[in-house]
Design a protein around this ligand. Structure first.
Ligand SMILES: C=C(O[C@@H]1C=C(C(=O)O)C=C[C@H]1O)C(=O)O
Length: 283
């Protein structure tokens, strides 16, 4: 390639960079208007996980360059995470039980370079951070890890008890992840639908109920989910907790939940929606 040609191509890159920056600045400038539109929503955090998931699905569906999906996702995640912070500052409290930097890595990818993050060994510290401060999001190991019983705390339900809002990674990155980790994001916010979601629900019962029975009742009510885990009471006369995974967004007033409640009969103490997350994408 001649030097003249190279010079021309670099000039074109400079021109495109200026254009990109200008478009980027326009996208960022809209934040003020969005923040004003949200001003009376009473929320401490601008994080809207359902909307974020659909923005990302849309971009990844449309992109056609040679860049890997994960690079495109990283660019948009940087932007979205920072734009949320411009509207209302927030921070992220992370549990890494095995001192694994993998959890930090998952959170950094999702919440970008500028979001303040702290690392803790115990889920209880993250639960406390999030429960005490509505502008803190928590990142906790996936529910099925044997030692992690943090979701039992969420099953209490009630004010200030955080909800599950998202799952990480949203986009897997087979070449960039050195540990096969998954985590959930919690916060003092209401989960919202993204169009393709999984809800996590706990049924609290006073006596043992088999997984087969729970699955049968779920099917009868049309909830199409399954019981992913059951915890026997830690103390005598304590409650049984059954973690249910439902492959759609379930609202508090879904009539199928009350039908399920009725089918369980007098054993059931309460049914608590722990939250929901957008179904992650495959790169
Ligand atoms: C801009 C918004 O706020 C945040 C930023 C988003 C974005 O940059 O696309 C999307 C969702 C929110 O977490 C919004 O709510 O639309």
């Amino acid at each position: 390639m001649t030097n003249i040609k190279l010079k021309e191509l670099r000039a074109e890159i400079d021109r495109l960079d200026a254009e990109l920056l200008s478009v980027l600045e326009k996208r960022i400038a809209i934040v003020g208007d969005i923040a004003a539109a949200k001003s009376d929503d009473g929320k401490a955090i601008a994080f809207r996980p359902g909307r974020e998931a659909s923005v990302l699905r849309n971009i990844l569906h449309k992109h056609s360059s040679k860049l890997p999906d994960t690079v495109i996702a990283a660019i948009w995640r940087e932007l979205i995470a920072a734009v949320g912070g411009l509207q209302k500052p927030y921070s992220v409290s992370i549990t890494a039980p095995d001192k694994s930097v993998g959890y930090w890595d998952l959170a950094r990818f999702h919440f970008g370079s500028a979001t303040p993050m702290t690392l803790h060994q115990l889920p209880s510290v993250v639960l406390r951070d999030v429960s005490e401060n509505p502008s803190v999001l928590g990142v906790l190991p996936w529910l099925s890890r044997e030692r992690d019983t943090w979701w039992e705390h969420l099953a209490q339900g009630g004010d200030n008890v955080p909800k599950i809002l998202a799952a990480l990674p949203f986009l897997d990155n087979p070449s960039g992840e050195f540990e096969d980790l998954n985590s959930l994001v919690i916060g003092q916010a209401e989960p919202e639908p993204s169009g393709d979601d999984i809800s996590l629900i706990v049924a609290v019962t006073s006596a043992e109920v088999s997984r087969a029975r729970l699955n049968e009742h779920l099917e009868t009510t049309g909830l199409n989910g399954f019981c992913a885990d059951s915890r026997s009471p830690a103390i005598e006369e304590g409650d049984w907790l059954h973690l249910l995974e439902i492959p759609e967004f379930i609202a508090e007033d879904d009539p199928r939940l009350s039908a399920f409640h009725e089918l369980l009969g007098e054993n059931v103490i309460k049914i608590v929606i722990l939250g929901a997350y957008a179904v992650p994408m495959k790169s």
